[in-house]
Design a protein around this ligand. Structure first.
Ligand code: C2E
Ligand code: MG
Ligand code: MG
Ligand code: MG
Length: 282
């Protein structure tokens, strides 16, 4: 009897695996075609100055516009892109598109100080990544000083020396470097000093739990994270701000920039332009 059960579990497990492997393969093939057909677009989420509520820049966030399925978010395909190496061409497309957009906004006379692009740690497996990115900036006539690169804390924790070198090269050119989703990685504080960091983005999970009248454990944690950033002379961005309570908390605790649905969700480029033209504030 025990043997039968074991076999049952084993068969169930392999069938389940098969489905997942097939789904993944399908997604990988679809993704390859999407790269060729350029089925991607960038949305932009405003970053506002905490003190004044003015828009200072935007984070570029990729969307896949599938002809049948519609808009697919990055959480659905970035992990597969990372596993398969497809993140290299996708990441290059993202970087080029963001650079071209930035130039366009500058030519339109729109006051925007920076655009942030997310880079996956996997893109650094290309040893000449920094040279590639610099060539793109030049071709698209984008000002490196207006560009920001966001890398998650977990990738920074892995701290490959090729990544340290590439980022040092870009930093010398004036590109700002931001550690994303801070506080969710591996508390790898000792690694942070190896990178020429400028900005720290506190992960949404810390901000999410800041609620009116709640016990203050979350607030203490958020304060501790801000203190780490401040001690390293980094600018602090609060991510995922959805209400007044969270905004006030971050303002009071010296957070420099705010990003979140409370001000705006990520929007297509033309909608972001409207926000800039209207001079929208918090
Ligand atoms: P991230 O870089 O931490 O970006 C912030 C995510 O939080 C975005 O999700 C944004 O829409 C969401 N968000 C912002 N404010 C709020 C809020 O107030 N409430 C809630 N619930 N969510 C908020 P999105 O666009 O789905 O992107 C998810 C992740 O996918 C990003 O997290 C980033 O890690 C990755 N990603 C996005 N675009 C790219 C890209 O071009 N390249 C790479 N390598 N990764 C990307
Ligand atoms: Mg980011
Ligand atoms: Mg983040
Ligand atoms: Mg994230």
């Amino acid at each position: 009897h025990a043997k039968e059960t074991e076999r049952g579990i084993f068969m169930f497990f392999t069938e389940d695996m098969n489905v997942r492997v097939k789904e993944r393969l399908m997604l990988e093939n679809k993704l390859r075609r999407a790269i060729e057909a350029e089925e991607f677009t960038l949305y932009y989420q405003p970053k506002v100055i905490a003190e004044t509520g003015e828009i200072t820049g935007a984070e570029a966030l990729i969307r896949w516009v599938d002809p049948e399925l519609g808009i697919i978010g990055p959480d659905k395909f970035i992990p597969v892109a990372e596993e398969t190496g497809l993140i290299v061409p996708i990441g290059e497309w993202v970087f080029r598109t963001a650079c071209a957009q930035m130039k366009k906004w500058k030519d339109m006379g729109l006051s925007i100080t920076n655009v942030a692009v997310n880079l996956s740690g996997r893109q650094f497996s290309k040893p000449d990544l920094a040279a590639d990115l610099m060539a793109i900036m030049e071709e698209e006539q984008a000002d490196p000083k207006m560009l920001e690169i966001e890398i998650t804390e977990s990738f920074i924790a892995s701290s490959q020396s090729s990544m340290v070198e590439s980022l040092a090269v870009l930093s010398k050119k004036g590109v700002k470097l931001s550690v994303d989703d801070f506080g969710t990685g591996y508390s790898s504080l000792s690694y942070l000093h190896r990178f020429p960091l400028d900005i720290m983005k506190i992960d949404r999970s810390f901000i999410m739990n800041i609620k009116e009248g709640e016990d203050d454990t979350s607030e203490k944690l958020a304060k501790a994270v801000i203190a780490i950033g401040k001690s390293m002379n980094l600018k602090i961005v609060g991510e995922g701000v959805e209400n007044d309570t969270q905004l006030e908390f971050l303002r009071e605790n010296g957070c420099d920039y705010i990003q979140g649905y409370y001000f705006s969700k990520p929007v297509p480029a033309d909608e972001f332009e409207k926000l800039l033209q209207e001079g929208a504030t918090l």
